[in-house]
Design a protein around this ligand. Structure first.
Ligand SMILES: [Fe+2]
Length: 339
């Protein structure tokens, strides 16, 4: 049974907040009691203050506690501790093996994004996410040869596509932009950040609903409007210039939201408007990144098929951009094969 689908938050009189098992790898000790859910009940699996190491996490997995929780009134304490770990990792990216650190940072960013969605008006969480993403952009700009290896390792972490897609599309975007040699480092960094946060408006729908795959018609309509909500959530809260917010507003200009929603009933026919280089690239790279990675409701598409689709969308109006994208992805995947 899927506890997210049937979880009664008031079971045992407790309100419980789900956390990700992967987060425990970043903690030295349990900041509060941690519970597993099994046989219709919550069980205490980590006492407050207990040391966390690989052995204790293995024991949790061996006991099949794949869904773990903290009490709602202890969630703030838990989050503060996880965020301390994220802050330390973000600050010490240059210490030790740079590739390993970058993968850890991508991992922690993906885990933390769930908390950003869970409380999308929390300025501290958004600020920390912004700092992590900006630091990652700086690293990726300096280490473009490492991208295929980093992406291969990141894939193995098997993050839910909601948290993985912003990373995947933004890393590809940064790679293409660097390859194009037409933008400054600062411009690429800003566009990377804009690309990463472009879907944050999806957080207007409860995280539980995404994880349980239970979006109703109202949710689907809100999802269609997520670019607008993203701009509203980011305006005045992250240092992104208006031009980048405008890219976010238009990030589904060529879009295939229907197939994302898996619902043919909702039609979304984009008007024929010419967009700037940045908007086109963010749109198209997002489509390719989504198509070549699998979803619970469909298989991954081949790179060739995704490029064919992109060709039909932009090759006539944006031939230079299309050539650039083809060249970049061919090079990227031939390097990936050599890993
Ligand atoms: Fe989107």
């Amino acid at each position: 049974m899927n506890p997210f689908a049937s979880m009664n938050k008031y079971l045992l009189g407790l309100k419980m907040v789900p956390i990700n098992l992967g987060e425990l790898f970043f903690l030295v000790e349990a900041p509060c009691n941690v519970y597993g859910f099994q046989n219709e009940q919550y069980k205490l699996i980590l006492d407050t203050g207990l040391l966390i190491n690989r052995a204790s996490i293995k024991q949790i997995i061996d006991n099949k506690f794949f869904h773990i929780y903290v009490k709602e009134d202890e969630y703030a304490k838990y989050l503060a501790s996880f965020q301390d770990a994220m802050r330390t990792l973000t600050r010490s990216l240059s210490v030790g093996d740079p590739n390993k650190n970058a993968i850890s940072l991508m991992n922690v960013i993906s885990l933390h994004m769930r908390h950003v969605y869970f409380d999308n008006v929390n300025d501290e969480s958004l600020k920390l996410q912004y700092q992590g993403v900006k630091t990652l952009a700086g690293f990726l700009l300096e280490h473009s040869k490492s991208h295929p290896l980093i992406m291969t390792e990141y894939d193995k972490l098997k993050h839910n596509f909601i948290w993985a897609q912003p990373i995947l599309s933004s890393v590809f975007l940064l790679g293409v932009l660097k390859h194009s040699q037409v933008m400054s480092k600062n411009e690429i960094e800003s566009l990377f950040i804009a690309s990463y946060f472009k879907d944050i408006g999806m957080s207007v729908i409860s995280v539980d609903k995404y994880e349980a795959g239970q979006l109703n018609d109202d949710d689907k309509l809100m999802l269609l409007q997520h670019p607008k909500y993203s701009v509203q959530l980011l305006s005045g809260r992250v240092p992104l210039a208006h031009a980048y917010l405008s890219v976010i507003q238009n990030h589904h200009a060529f879009s295939l939201l229907n197939s994302y929603l898996g619902d043919e009933a909702i039609s979304h026919t984009p008007e024929k408007v010419m967009f700037g280089f940045e908007t086109v690239m963010v749109n198209v790279i997002d489509i390719i990144a989504a198509m070549i990675s699998g979803r619970p409701f469909r298989e991954a598409t081949s790179l060739y098929d995704s490029l064919e689709l992109v060709k039909s969308l932009i090759a006539d109006d944006y031939p230079r951009e299309f050539k650039l994208i083809v060249h970049y992805f061919q090079q990227f995947f031939s390097s990936k094969k050599k890993i």
